[in-house]
Design a protein around this ligand. Structure first.
Ligand SMILES: *Cc1c(COP(=O)(O)O)cnc(C)c1O
Length: 223
């Protein structure tokens, strides 16, 4: 453990500001297993990675009671590596991908928790369903036959901007979309209960709009 305990201090400082029921996911992408271990020793158990290979390596090296979250763009050919142990996939961005996860989850005899990623930011480069794609996919209804994936909620990334009003507007849109979907398609499902929103620079705004899972990387792991 590093003498200055900087990671531990940062985790404690952030945790102290989170309302009850909000989960802190420490995003450890690009950081070595030793950094994850330092956070683990501070009591952190939920970690996020955006590359399947890195996730698998860290899963092998690190304690088995860690909840691993996949937060990056997921390629179909990588699902098999993470399917045996992944805790939550945040980045389902097409129905086809959901079907692929279903296949691999079935092979492992698991039900995998998934979030539907919503494309809300202005950047073209970001992934996810548009609002209309999401509505029509859910209305289509085929997803209801999938036995090995469990849709737990939605995930989003706000625009990369200093304009807090813009960010606020985007998180508000996601919150109302979550409520709309819940009412229309998951009204009897108490497990449709996750909004994954907010990163190092914008998580307090996301919490204002109902985020239940914040994904914080650089504030914890960078100097
Ligand atoms: C990297 C990443 C984060 C963490 O971002 P920070 O700004 O470092 O906190 C959160 N979510 C996703 C999807 C990411 O790729």
């Amino acid at each position: 453990m590093k003498a200055d305990k900087r990671i531990e201090k940062e985790i404690n400082a952030i945790s102290a500001t989170l309302p009850q029921g909000v989960t802190l996911i420490a995003v450890s992408k690009y950081h070595p297993a030793e950094a994850v271990m330092e956070a683990y020793e501070a009591g952190q158990r939920d970690f996020g990675e955006s590359k399947a290979q890195d996730l698998v390596k860290k899963h092998e090296l690190l304690p088995k009671d860690i909840n691993w979250h996949f937060i990056g763009h997921l390629q179909s050919n990588k699902i098999k590596y993470i399917a045996p142990f992944i805790h939550l996939i945040h980045s389902i961005d097409s129905y086809k991908l959901l079907q692929e996860v279903e296949k691999h989850a079935a092979k492992c005899g698991r039900v995998i928790n998934c979030l539907l990623q919503i494309h809300i930011a202005e950047e073209e480069s970001k992934f996810g369903f548009t609002t209309e794609e999401l509505r029509s996919m859910l209305k289509e209804g085929e997803w209801q036959s999938l036995q090995h994936v469990k849709i737990r909620g939605v995930m989003c990334m706000a625009s990369n901007t200093d304009d807090e009003e813009q960010i606020d507007k985007e998180f508000a849109t996601v919150e109302s979309l979550f409520k709309e979907i819940k009412e229309k398609h998951f009204s009897n499902d108490k497990d449709f209960d996750i909004i994954s929103a907010g990163m190092s620079d914008d998580y307090p705004i996301a919490i204002k709009h109902g985020s239940t899972h914040v994904r914080v990387g650089s504030r914890i792991f960078n100097n």
